[in-house]
Write a protein that binds this ligand. Sequence first.
Ligand SMILES: *Cc1c(COP(=O)(O)O)cnc(C)c1O
Length: 354
Amino acid sequence: MNGLRLEIDLDKIAANASELATRTAAHGISITGVTKAMLGLPELASVLYDSGIPVVGDSRIENIERMRSDGIDGPMLLLRSPAPSQVDRVIRSGATSANTETHVLTLLADSARAAGRVHDVMLMVELGDLREGVLPGDLNETVEHVLALPQLRLTGIGTNLACRSGVAPSVDNMGQLCFLADMVETRFGIEITTVSGGNSANISWAFDATDTGRINDLRIGEAILLGRDPLDRQPIAGLHIDAITLLAEVIESKCKPTKPWGRLGENAFGKTETTPDRGYVWQTILAAGRNDTEPEDMHPPAGVDVLAASSDHLITETTHQMQPGDEICFVPGYAALLRSMTSPFVTKRLLLGE
Ligand SMILES: *Cc1c(COP(=O)(O)O)cnc(C)c1O
């Protein structure tokens, strides 16, 4: 008996990674494989490099340090702008960092000088999703700032879409990023090696575009791990959509009415229940809850419906009575995966070469 656990099939993840790497390569694009949803799992980083992915990216320096201390010494990208309190750690990690603030760039340069290092920088440009990025009109000024700091080397520019507002990658915004790369090169007489067009939400753009222009990198996490396009959460053809599963254990299964009785106040989470009366059903409770996952973002197998969840009880309806100790296997969405990965109550079981 194993209890509540994520099963992470690294063979399926490897197959997804190499399939995507091959298909984007046909469009002149290589992949930065993103490990943040797996908290920088070193085994995942190894699998990504072995699958033809040249760079590993993560948003947190803690995760990059975890991989480094486990002996992962390949090229890495810190996806989130370094927090000032962490710049020394960023420099020490040897990762390229994504940046948007001149103040942070100055701190990075100071820290690199003290460490006797040169630090590679990617500048992130805001193209409409309204998360991170230098506004296009301010890009020249920011580039000038970087070029004036000899400890920094400007190796790339990038943008991030479809995260905060769901703005989709398009001919327009991708064209604008390419234009900005050309503009910076012409104006400053430098070469921008990497033009990073976005994340998993860029995959259908990359596959469908007749011309991907200068975009030569995409930073991909979700599509490799879950096999889905985040723009519509549809499966991407040729990828596994069950590389990661969450298994939970039954602790009660009884035929109960669907309608609660007694005077109704708020439930534990401040909601007032309005359950329609559907007669009696097999109500099966699993030893899992909001402490462990995002119940609304779990895909149950056929014949199982998630009805409700509290901190520690996941209440489902099943077609028949189950026994305590039986298991139900869910496929987590991205939000559920994040929550489960960070829950200390969820065991992480890696499957490799099985
Ligand atoms: C998380 C993140 C990615 C990867 O996003 P996915 O949707 O998992 O592919 C790419 N770039 C940045 C800046 C990120 O923060």
